[in-house]
Design a protein around this ligand. Structure first.
Ligand code: 13P
Length: 251
């Protein structure tokens, strides 16, 4: 039995006052939720204030990225240990926006995952094909490359700290969600590949989140797919009502 995960990626939105208001509005709306892990990924500058406000709430917080070195002369970077220090239990690695705009590669993704796990963080590793790649029927090749290269040298034990997020690039911020069948097909492929590369038990326990235009009106049917274990939500996580509605998908 895999515990479902609903994570909100705030991307480059929300300064302190807005971030705190969102958390204040969201907290009472989800106070009664059980059996769903809730994660918020604010920007680095508001991690501390958000953490303080959440106090002893079960809502977890995540960094949106981290560097692979713990300290050193790396101006502008944030280390895994700094995220832990700020109260994070999770970090997102390899988001397609980082791959696209900031030259993230499967190799840097791998280094970051290993460093994050070393620091004790759960890593939400993002993978997914572009529209061109899907149209050229390369979806599974892309996923295979991203998984094999991204997860190189991880042990089964380290894989317990990994969650995968399938985020087809063409579905991010476009309002075009993958169909339930497209999501299930990709997730089942990912789980089979993890079973091959690691073990059956590793694949069985792995949470695979779907991301890309998840909204209150499509979450339920996505979550009803056998291999969809959660969602990584962008735009719809920026207002308390829509994110709470997504978290309450079972209702
Ligand atoms: P949207 O939900 O805005 O499409 O963003 C998805 C995403 O990139 C989450 O990481």
């Amino acid at each position: 039995m895999r515990i479902p995960v609903i994570a909100g990626n705030w991307k480059l939105y929300k300064k302190t006052a807005e971030a705190l208001r969102l958390v204040q509005d969201l907290s009472p709306l989800v106070a009664d939720v059980q059996g769903v892990e809730i994660i918020l990924a604010p920007s680095f500058t508001v991690l501390g204030p958000v953490r303080s406000l959440l106090n002893d709430s079960p809502i977890a917080i995540a960094g949106q990225d981290c560097f692979w070195e713990e300290e050193g002369a790396y101006t502008g970077e944030v280390s895994p240990g700094m995220l832990v220090d700020a109260g994070c239990s999770h970090v997102i690695i390899g988001h397609s926006e980082r791959r696209h705009y900031f030259a993230e590669t499967d190799e840097t993704v791998n280094k970051k995952i290993r460093a994050a796990i070393q620091a004790g963080l759960f890593t939400i590793v993002c993978i997914g094909e572009t529209l061109q790649e899907r149209e050229r029927n390369e979806t599974f090749d892309v996923l295979e490359r991203q998984i094999k290269a991204g997860l190189t040298d991880l042990s089964d034990d380290e894989m317990k700290k990994v969650l995968l997020a399938y985020e087809p690039v063409w579905a991010i911020g476009t309002g075009k969600t993958a169909t339930d069948e497209q999501a299930q097909e990709a997730h089942a492929f990912i789980r089979r590949l993890v079973a091959e590369c690691f073990s059956d038990s590793c694949a069985d326990g792995l949470r695979i989140l779907y991301g890309g235009s998840v909204k209150p009106d499509n979450i339920r049917s996505l979550m009803s797919q056998p291999d969809v274990d959660g969602a990584l939500v962008g735009g719809a996580s920026l207002t308390a009502e829509s994110f709470a509605a997504i978290i309450h998908y079972q209702k």
